[in-house]
Design a protein around this ligand. Structure first.
Ligand SMILES: NC(=O)c1ccc[n+]([C@@H]2O[C@H](COP(=O)([O-])OP(=O)(O)OC[C@H]3O[C@@H](n4cnc5c(N)ncnc54)[C@H](O)[C@@H]3O)[C@@H](O)[C@H]2O)c1
Length: 304
């Protein structure tokens, strides 16, 4: 039986991971500052420590008791990272280095951590594979790219096994309705079910790669079970396009309602197409995303 430290385990993705770990009988210690996470998201079996992922002494103490760490804690809101540039940097990059350093001091514990498709910025050369140009457009994306660079250092210089995952638009039960990745699902669902109109900026042909949270968890587990890795990064995506218009129509159909859509001018800075290539992750871990968008959306709407 293994014991894992999960940072951000009371958040959306982290709590699903903790469910899977405790369901297979593993011991879980969560470190979360509850800034967006909720204690009730965590499985009852998990120990929850409230604290900061950039608190080196605390992370070191927790890491020593664990066999490895899933590091998901972050300020995941691009908007908040813009407004709170320095404090979000402390969590998003210093926090990650703190985790790697604690793993090093504990003798090289494996670390599986969350990066983001935000490292690619607005790269139209889709589908994006891991060798595509990275040019983040936000403090959030810049810090995630920094995490990846330090992941290489952690392995190459300090011998810490690690793998980074560039999640695309993760969706599923417990997602934050304000999330920049999938918040649009909650907004459309609430309005369509209430018989209110929705506004789509642009022509609705903007494309996203929505990946179901259960498939994300399978990637995290597979990477840890494979020993932690050598500092490489992988996309976690489906390679399938969903347009914003498809999204609105599918939500309406699953909710037995009409979508009353108004089209407005495109917003400055909106990324038109975000689509990943899952081939590298599929070859390495053999856990391709298997939940199709419609089924995942049904599960999400049921829980909403
Ligand atoms: N949801 C997505 O589509 C998506 C896409 C790309 C990357 N990611 C990344 O995946 C990870 C999980 O994201 P999520 O969607 O579950 O977000 P979330 O906000 O639900 O989870 C993040 C968790 O980290 C905790 N946290 C924040 N700052 C902390 C700190 N200083 N110390 C300790 N805990 C802290 C929060 O309270 C929360 O529980 C993040 O690293 C995020 O950047 C998510």
């Amino acid at each position: 039986m293994a014991h894992w430290l999960v940072t951000g385990g009371c958040g959306f993705i982290g709590s699903h991971l903790c469910d899977a770990l405790t369901a297979r009988g593993d011991t879980v210690t969560i470190l979360d500052d509850m800034s967006t996470g909720k204690r009730e998201n965590a499985p009852a079996e998990a120990e929850v420590v409230e604290g900061d992922v950039a608190d080196a002494a605390l992370v070191r103490r927790l890491m020593e008791k664990a066999d490895g760490c899933f590091h998901l804690a972050a300020v995941a809101s691009v908007q908040r990272c813009t407004e709170e540039w320095v404090t979000s940097h402390r969590t998003n990059l210093t926090g990650t280095i703190t985790v790697f350093d604690a793993a090093r001091q504990a003798g090289g514990r494996p670390v599986i951590y969350a990066s983001s498709a935000a490292v690619y910025g607005d790269n139209p050369d889709v589908p994006l594979d891991e060798d595509a140009r990275t040019r983040p457009l936000s403090a959030y994306g810049a810090d995630k790219l920094g995490c990846e660079l330090h992941g290489r250092v952690a392995h190459g210089v300090h011998g810490v096994p690690n793998t980074g995952f560039r999640f695309f638009n993760v969706f599923g039960p417990r997602q934050d309705p304000k999330s920049p990745y999938s918040g649009v699902i909650a907004i459309f669902t609430d309005r369509i079910r209430a018989g209110q109109g929705i506004t789509i900026f642009g022509n609705g042909e903007q494309v996203r790669d929505f990946v179901y949270v259960g498939d994300v968890v399978r990637h995290l587990l597979a990477a840890m079970d494979a020993g932690g890795g050598e500092g490489a990064v992988f996309n976690v995506c489906t390679g399938r396009k969903t347009s914003v218009l498809d999204l609105a129509n599918t939500i309406a159909e699953l909710s037995d309602a009409e979508a009353d859509i108004t089209f407005a001018e495109p917003r400055a800075g909106d990324i038109r197409t975000s689509l990943g290539d899952p081939a590298k992750a599929n070859a390495a871990f053999n856990v391709p995303a298997e939940t199709d968008f419609r089924s995942g959306l049904r599960l999400t709407l049921e829980s909403h």
